[in-house]
Design a protein around this ligand. Sequence first.
Ligand code: B3K
Ligand code: ZN
Length: 873
Amino acid sequence: MLDVSQVIAQPAHAPAPGSDGSISRHDYRPPAWLVPDTRLVFDLDPAATRIVATLSVTRNGMAGEPLRLDGAGQEPVAVRVDGAAVNDWRIEGEQLVIPLDGDAHVVETEVVVAPERNTQLMGLYASGGILCTQCEAEGFRRITYFPDRPDVLSRYAVRLIADKARYPVLLANGDPVDAGDLDGGRHWAEWNDPFPKPSYLFALVAGDLAVNRGSFTTQSGRTVDLGIWVRSDDIDKTHHALHALKLSMAWDERVYGREYDLDVFNIVAVDDFNFGAMENKGLNIFNSRYILADPDTATDYDYDAIAAVVAHEYFHNWSGNRITCRDWFQLSLKEGFTVYRDQGFSADQGSAAVKRIEDVRGLRAAQFPEDAGPLAHPVRPDSYIEISNFYTATIYNKGAELIRMMATILGPQAFRAATDLYFTRFDGTAATCEDFVACMEEASGRNLSQFRLWYSQAGTPRVAASLSHEAGDGRATLRLAQHVPGTPGQPDKQPMVLPLRIKLFGGETGKPLIDEQLVLLDQASGTIVFEGVTERPVLSINRGFSAPVIIESDRSAAELGFLSAHDDDPFARYEAMQQLMLDTLVAATIEGTPNHAAVVTAVRNTLADSTLDPAFVAEAVLLPSESFIGDQLALVDPEAIFRAREALRRELGVRLADQWREAYEQAPAGPYVYSPAAKGHRRLRNVALGYISASGANDAATIAFRQFEAADNMTDRQGALTTLASSHADEREAALDIFYNRYAGNGLVIDKWFQTQALSSRDDTGQLVAELARHPDFTLANPNRARSLVGAFGANQRAFNAADGSGYRLLADQLIALDKLNPQTAAKLLPPLGRWRRFDAGRSALMRAELERIAATPGLSRDVLEQASKSLG
Ligand code: B3K
Ligand code: ZN
């Protein structure tokens, strides 16, 4: 029977969670109270920070509703309403409930929190002597009582008080107002943010920080002061980030017409951070790995990632901050769109083709498996238990693909008109994915009703494509059929709208037979007839990866090899090579009888094509990952996949030995430069080194070690170390020791040392990882370090899936230990165990046993419980 008191206790705006604690999208209610203005006073101290919050609250049409403020277990020291202390408040669950008559009041609360004891890194916490905050999604309630939901927008005025010697720099959102000294060696600073914002965008930082200052003049002539704040030792590593910030500001004006709006823009780097970075209004806080770079410590990959993340967080100022999300189900409104925007920015900095290849590789590595597994969810989910678990590749990367598809369907002009409309109409509000799509429709006149299924249906569509040719009639017929697989809670799917860029090439002449067409497949199946096709056609489909789908075509090895050499879309060339490699590796894994000839020929042709960008060549000749090969199989056999892949690597290494050495030698000598061309050469050189090593050549370790020692940059040094880490040569230990000693004390580089070993393909990687978990430098308290060892190990398909279950046990042990400190980061380590359905009975039972052990752990967090129970299914 229903307990009536529980029902009555539920507020009108926060409906009862489901029996498993889940929140449902359809239960959204507007807030009962709004908070137009917020004043916060922080008396900062790592052991006991006192926070006085003064909220002007106004009723939002719901007569009789008390004010409900979210908290996180803290007790208020005092509560005052309109200046007078009150004591008729109560705590319900974790909410502070204050009965209020009338429609407008000033409510003041006082709480005390201990940042130095905050190991979750959510709310106000300490990182290496710096006090900082992380509030998205629901961290603000760990700081003070507030309606901690994204649709309550408030103007914040903030006063920070702290010891001046320990915390000489005091930063908060918005523009600085004033600052001064106090008795007892303390000082204060006031910040004011005129833009109403949700609580998840609140931020403060207090610490002993150095700044790299810059300035940007906006298109309307306003000057913005820029600052990158880091520990003084790191100040020389901030130039790349500052440069990327200026490029991002200019790019957003040029491409989207978006101008920055405050007088200052600050970024602070901290070492302990749960994810990449955070877009707090005017005060971004970053994981130091996405700010700090110099050639000696950061790879080209790091440089690229820093620029991409700086751009991403900056772009959020419009897509996220000026227009935020109505509720967390709409998360992809800001994240999918902002990823699409940062992808466009990065594409414009160098090779757009290589950027697209990297993005699709990432989508296939992270999002496709998510969409095919127990944690599959739509881009706009319908329910969640812990919102932190929904910062996923689906929300971010598939979400970006949805925006890309709409941009493709609309064309550039209508898409820009639609984003202009969206930014203008919803500025200053908390919007929905539906609002965004409606703008796309209104500005273009297109009907996107069926397209909306992309937001509600999970799962990766599969498209069967078959081309036939009637030579006598000069006619080619393309038959397409789509199928969206069932996903948890969604057994049956409707056909989606799939924008497929298609072209036909002459199988003999290599010439295009038709202009590229954009086909919108919106039925379960469809037929397209091409006339005037006099030559045997070869199908090029989903060019540029125009739809995030899996293409199942009946193209032969010869046709794929042909496209890998002749297609005029670089992505399609890469894709043809990948498909050829994948077909070869899948056949070799299942049948054990490899036929490498077509791949060897195709790779030889690609290496020989001097018109190609080396960065493209490096991507094109890389074999698909072990896990991607596993994703193609009904059951993953990690040993057979590894053997098949190594055999092909070796064959390519041996058969193309001269070409690899030539590619290796061709990289221009000279000091390090960070440029698209130089990056491409370094990448190809490291890929070639991998193949030289795979060939079993006697001098492979010598070459790698020579590169390791001669390197004047981390890309070459880590590239060589990666090759050596998988070898049995004497140089391996030497290189690992030299690397460790050279960088002792540099956390970000020691992360690379852990990660490189966890990704090794050696047979003893499991034991090595177990030893590294006992290394004095290993700690779960730092998320980067935890991810560098345990996260990387979970991605090492063969080592992690050792048949005796030792890998599963190791990951589960670490996850359980980490959950006690930091549930959000612990939950992110779990997905590799959720792949149990994809393995043989022995492995699958061992994985399930570990999931059950995790789920049964006393005191388990909601974060891990949700992931473990959904993974058990
Ligand atoms: N919006 C933040 C992510 C917050 C994650 C909270 N669990 C960074 C970003 O996507 O830009
Ligand atoms: Zn983001």
